[in-house]
Design a protein around this ligand. Structure first.
Ligand code: PMP
Length: 361
């Protein structure tokens, strides 16, 4: 199979022009006679690649100068522990919003370091909505408030940014970063595993406000200490250089697409087409998330008749639509439609769904 539309949740599809550029530069980066993979992270060549990637990310996200941008290893999951280690600042409690499986994991990890105060949870109703901000039981002494703007597995997305005043807002943007504009100054810390909207796996990007550095709890390993990592420009040890380089190519591609606002408009259209198909299917396809909270990035759906699911996946693959199986927790199907999924991929999926339905409905 030559070309497929890859709906994988992550590692996910990368923009074709980025892969082509990486291919062209694979053996000989800009006349150096070597691959980026082979370069010293402290050499002038890689330092320029790293600096350019950061400058481009700052540009496309509008990151103010009083925020550090860190390119780290350990995936988004490493931040579940690093955040309490660094941000508790002597406090004993932090607020957590539980709206899906990933925020639940973050809570589990935070409880090793503090009292993770769950301000609201939709676990009992299988994570299908976002409770109104005014209903949350926030602790006035919380060190920060952590939430997950897009829950990747259930496809539940916040339609608002919580306004937490002086309490720093911490967001796991793994599956929503760069999908729509955000106002960085509303946040104390943003983190995102790279393997969805940024680049290949092996990298986690952390954007953290300066005043939240330098507060790590005693005993914090150096590699988990934001201040040490920031002081060393994310090169306290060897960073994931190739993933950093490829992410830089993705940031340039985003600029060429007209930036995040332009991608956001396409993303909204893509999601709308899929949900419209599901909702018009008279229950043949189902998505349980309440409409205002449906994700624009991750669209899970079930077939009314589960017996047809394997057939759906097999026929979809034959039509060049790959990796539509749902998360192993949930089953069913899931279409991850990150920035790199062209609208033509969603159109092809919609056509396939409409063709499949009368044959098995
Ligand atoms: N948070 C969210 C919202 C995610 O979607 C994921 C991965 N799917 C993670 C955290 C964990 O990321 P990683 O595997 O990079 O640790």
């Amino acid at each position: 199979m030559n070309h497929v539309f890859n709906f994988s949740a992550g590692p996910a599809m990368l923009p074709q022009p980025v892969l082509e550029q990486a291919q062209r530069e694979m053996l000989n980066w800009q006349g150096t006679g070597m691959s980026v993979m082979e370069m010293s992270h402290r050499g002038a060549e890689f330092m320029s690649i790293a600096a350019q990637a950061e400058a481009d990310l700052r540009d496309i996200m509008g990151i103010p100068p009083n925020y550090k941008v860190l390119f780290l290893q350990g995936g988004a999951s490493s931040q579940f522990a690093m955040i309490p280690m660094n941000l508790l600042r002597g406090k004993r409690t932090a607020d957590y919003v539980e709206t899906g499986d990933w925020s639940s994991k973050a809570i589990h990890e935070a409880n090793k370091y503090c009292n993770a105060n769950v301000v609201t949870s939709t676990k009992a109703s299988s994570y299908t909505r976002i409770p109104a901000f005014t209903s949350w039981n926030r602790n006035p002494h919380a060190a920060y408030l952590h939430y997950t703007p897009n829950e990747t597995i259930r496809g539940v997305e916040f339609p608002f940014v919580p306004e937490t005043g002086d309490v720093p807002l911490v967001a796991d943007m793994s599956s929503s970063i760069l999908s729509r504009p955000v106002n960085i100054s509303q946040f104390g810390l943003i983190y995102a595993g790279a393997q969805k909207n940024i680049g290949p796996a092996g990298l986690v990007v952390v954007i953290v406000r300066d005043d939240l550095l330098d507060n790590s709890v005693s005993g914090t390993p150096s590699l988990y200490d934001y201040q040490i990592l920031a002081d060393n420009q994310s090169m306290y040890n060897t960073p994931p250089t190739y993933a950093w380089y490829l992410s830089g190519l993705v940031f340039q591609w985003i600029k060429q697409q007209g930036g995040v606002a332009s991608l956001a408009a396409t993303n909204a259209r893509k999601a709308q087409k899929l949900y419209a198909t599901i909702d018009a299917s008279h229950g043949f396809y189902q998505n349980p998330v309440e409409p205002p909270y449906r994700s624009r990035m991750s669209v899970p759906f079930m077939l009314a008749d589960k017996h047809h699911e394997n057939l759906f996946l097999a026929e979809a693959l034959e039509s060049g639509l790959a990796n539509l199986q749902g998360h192993r927790f949930l089953g069913g199907m899931r279409a991850s439609i990150y920035n790199a999924m062209p609208e033509a991929g969603v159109d092809a999926l919609v056509d396939f769904m409409q063709d499949f339905m009368p044959r098995y409905g």
